[in-house]
Every structure is written in C-alpha cells, then in structure tokens.
Ligand binder design. Structure first.
Ligand code: HMG
Length: 445
C-alpha cells in the first residue's frame, strides 16, 4: 500500500505576544509561577489588528507552496479547520484560496474546498478527510492543503484568558510523504459533553475544571479503542507522543494517566513496584472513593520516579517547546506539538527516521482521537526549513493596556479601530470590508 501522510508543514504565529509572567500575572495579582509552572506557559501569541484566521492560514499555506514549489494545479483540496470562523456560510478555505490566487498564476477552481468544525479536533479530522480522499484514489495525483487556523480568545476575565493564543499550521497531505506516514489504525473516545462551547457567540462558555476531566476521560477511551485495533501499546513503541496542548500542564496530566494505562500488567509496572508498589486495582477496594484515593497516591509516586521522569523528558516534554511560548492554537495545537517534537530531535542531531509517534488529538464537546505515525526520511530537511523561532522572537511584546486594546479590536461586538503594532512584510493582511460584509485581503510585499 502506498504511504499517505504529511509531506510538509508550515507554521504562522500571530505577530503579537502577551507575556504571562511579566504582564498578565502582575495585573491579575497572581504568582507568575502559576502560569510558568502550573499551566506551563510563558506567553501567548496574539493577532495584530490586520491579522485574522484568514491571513494567518494563507500566510502558512503560501510558505508551504513556495517551499515545495507548488502551483494551484498541484492542489485538489483545500480544507480549513477552525473554530474561530466569522462566516456561517462561506468557508474560510474560499477566502484563503482567494488570497493565494492573488499571488500565484492559475487558480483553485478545480479544488474541493470546505471547512471542518469540531472544536480543536477539527484539524486532525481535516487531515483524515484528505488522507481518505487520497486513499480512495480520487486525488488524480494531486495533494491536499489542510489549514488549521484559530484565534483562541476568551472573554476578558475568564479563567481561560491565560491560555489564549493565535496561529495557523498548514499541512500538505500527499502520497509518498516526506515528513510522516499516517497509519490506518485509529481510536476514538467521543461523547456529548457540555464543557466548552460557543453557541453563536465569539468567546467560549467554559467550565474549565470540567473540561480538564472530560479531556482525560475521552483520551482514555480513545487509547482503549486504539489498542483494540492496533494491539497493546508499549511505552517504548514510540519516540514522541504529541498531544493536543491547550496548555502544557494539561498534557502533563494526560501523559501520566496514559503511562499508567500502558504499563499496567507489564514488566515496567513490576520494576516500578519495588519502589512504589503495584497499580491499585478496583477489585481490591470496598468502594470507589478508596480506590480513587489509592490511584491518586500511586500517580503522585509514579511522577516522582526516575523511570517516569526520563520517559516524560524524552517522549512528551519535547512536544511542548513551542506551545510554552504561543499558548493554545486550538485546531492547530496538536500539529504544532508534532513540529515541536521533530524540531527538538533535529536540534539534538538525533535521527528519528523510521521511528513511530503516537498522536493524541482532542476537541471539546467532546472527542479524542489517537493514531500512529511513522517518521519519513525527508523529515529533517522539512523541519530545518521552518522559521518558527524567528517568528516567535520577532513578535511585538504587548503592555497590559495594549493587550486590552487588541482584545477589544478583535471582539466582534465592539467595532473598535486600532493602529497596528507591527509592520506587515511579505504577508497577507486584512484590508477592510466588501459591499456584502465580506472581509477583504491584500498581499503586502
Ligand atoms: P485556574 O483556575 O485559573 O488555575 O484555571 P488553577 O487554579 O487550576 O491552577 C492551574 C495550575 O497551576 C494548577 O496545577 C495549580 O496547582 C497550579 P494542577 O494542580 O492542576 O496540576 N498553580 C501553581 N503552580 C506553581 N506555582 C504557583 C501556582 N498556582 C497555581 N504559584 C483552567 C485553569 C485550565 C481551568 C483555565 O485555564 C481554563 O479554564 N482554561 C480553558 C479551558 C481549557 O484549556 N481546558 C483544557 C481541557 S479542554 C481542551 O483542551 C479543549 C480546548 O482546547 C478547546 C477546544 O477543544 O476547542 C480548550
């Protein structure tokens, strides 16, 4: 069977930055370590006044097309995943295609375009759609561009305000991919949940604490479902485990639970038992409360073991390096986690060709999905071509008053004007409104 997967990836961050320790924490009267250590975040990316989900997505897609030497004729699909859309009918992929047509010869008139919505998991679902389209043999030799783009803004004062972010990831899905092959095995954990939603409103209604529990519950279901098709997962089977990362502290919780699950009844559990005992089993306890208390104690002890810490440092921590500085990018988040992991490998001069990754996506509302990927031999060249470090370093550092202004500028109910903080260069910008209320865009050299 021909390999299908991600041939190339490009990243675009919002051009502004909110520093959580220096700017956010003092304003809230909080200890900065609540953010840097507790949530695991140093800063969030923000969109400047001329940026939105279209500009960030189109900018990432343009970098992707330029780097791979693609023309519109090479692309048979443009799928956009977002939960920040400003249009309930016209998909964001048409706006992005319109932007790209301004700068390339030819057009995307024979490319299928759509928009996927299921909170943060829609990015992975769009990759699936493209994968299935190629597997079904309907691509006529062409590739798909998947763009995951979001402005993850919360209402001012919401507990989620510390976990905001803005950015886009563009992925090229092709046969014989250079970056990763995607396996056919998938596991799902999906249930009707009311933890995070936007019923015809821009900013989410969030039950933050519950959303954390729902994330963990759906992830566990997805892992069990994955194992039912792919066989038991062993902790040493994969080099990295990129998770959806609303904030790194969330992944810290999920990784520990996943570790407990996959090491149960294995030699790893037996080895650990000498120091911390075996994992509690429900049948050994009279009631749920006692069992849950024993699990909590086991988890606390597990996280202190060298064996767990070494695994976490090698397989999970590298997936969080970009998220720490940019926050939650919703649909793009897990795809940024994959980039972070491979970038860490490249920087450590480590060859991960042929290694597996276990990729864990999640969207509120709620659904988790887990699948395997195999790193392909063009990965190092692909990752070396990214300029994400420069993008992150070049962001304008907002003061608190400026942050308030930018938040208002992007609030759809406020209609506020604001001078830009940065000078756009070689990128698409929002350029005002058309006669039917459509947003308009221009490419700035
Ligand atoms: P909060 O109540 O402000 O924070 O909101 P907290 O009091 O829970 O503290 C956070 C952590 O910092 C805790 O760590 C504290 O102990 C620690 P934990 O105990 O949980 O491991 N802490 C400190 N650590 C060191 N030094 C200190 C200190 N102080 C406290 N001084 C909450 C946290 C996550 C609820 C909030 O940020 C929120 O509502 N976020 C938005 C929702 C969210 O991100 N949920 C995640 C799961 S759902 C998801 O991922 C989907 C999503 O991406 C949307 C989609 O799918 O579309 C959100």
């Amino acid at each position: 069977m021909t390999a299908v997967g991600i041939d190339a990836v490009e990243v675009w961050t919002g051009n502004l930055k909110l520093d959580l320790a220096e700017t956010f924490a003092p304003e809230k009267g909080d200890d900065p370590e609540k953010y840097t250590k507790g949530l695991g975040l140093r800063a969030s990316s923000f969109p400047d006044s001329y940026e939105d989900i279209v500009t960030m997505g189109a900018n990432a897609a343009k970098r992707l097309m330029d780097r791979k030497g693609l023309t519109p004729d090479d692309i048979g699909r443009i799928d956009v995943a977002t939960e920040s859309s400003f249009d309930n009918s016209k998909p964001i992929s048409t706006y992005i295609a319109g932007c790209l047509e301004q700068v390339y010869d030819g057009d995307f008139h024979h490319a299928n375009k759509g928009e996927r919505k299921f909170a943060c998991i829609a990015g992975t679902q769009s990759v699936d759609d493209a994968y299935n389209w190629i597997r079904a043999g309907r691509n006529r030799g062409r590739s798909a561009i998947v763009v995951a783009t979001d402005t993850a803004l919360y209402a001012r004062g919401d507990a989620g305000e510390a976990t905001q972010g803005a950015g886009a990831v563009a992925l090229l899905i092709s046969e014989d991919p250079d970056l990763v092959e995607i396996s056919t095995h998938q596991g799902y954990g999906s249930a009707d949940e009311t933890d995070f939603l936007k019923p015809n409103q821009q900013f989410p209604s969030v039950d933050g604490k519950r959303s954390v529990q729902v994330y963990l519950a759906r992830m566990r279901e997805a892992l069990e479902d994955y194992e039912s098709v792919a066989g038991d997962v062993h902790i040493d089977d994969f080099v990295y485990a990129p998770f959806h990362t609303p904030f790194p502290g969330m992944v810290r919780k999920a990784a520990a639970l996943a570790y407990r699950h996959v090491t149960r009844d294995t030699g790893v559990e037996e080895e650990l038992a000498e120091g911390i005992g075996r994992q509690p089993r429900r049948e050994s306890f009279d009631d749920d409360a006692q069992y849950e208390e024993a699990v909590r104690e086991y988890m606390d002890a597990l996280k202190e073991t060298g064996r767990y810490q070494d695994w976490y440092a090698a397989a999970v921590d590298p997936t969080l390096s970009i998220a720490r500085d940019v926050g939650n990018w919703y649909t793009a988040s897990v795809h940024l986690a994959r980039v972070s992991a491979l970038k860490t490998a490249l920087e450590a001069d480590r060859d991960v060709t042929g290694e597996s990754m276990l990729v864990a996506s999640y969207g509120s509302g709620a659904q988790a999905e887990i699948h395997g990927e195999t790193v392909q031999d063009g990965w190092a060249e692909e990752i070396a071509a990214l300029n994400i470090d420069e993008q992150v370093a070049d962001r304008y550092d907002l003061s608190w008053a400026e942050y308030e202004e930018v938040h208002d500028r992007h609030n759809h109910d406020m209609d506020s004007e604001l001078e830009e903080f940065t000078a756009p260069e070689a990128e698409f910008v929002f350029d005002g409104w058309g006669r039917m209320g459509e947003r308009k865009y221009t490419y700035v050299e």
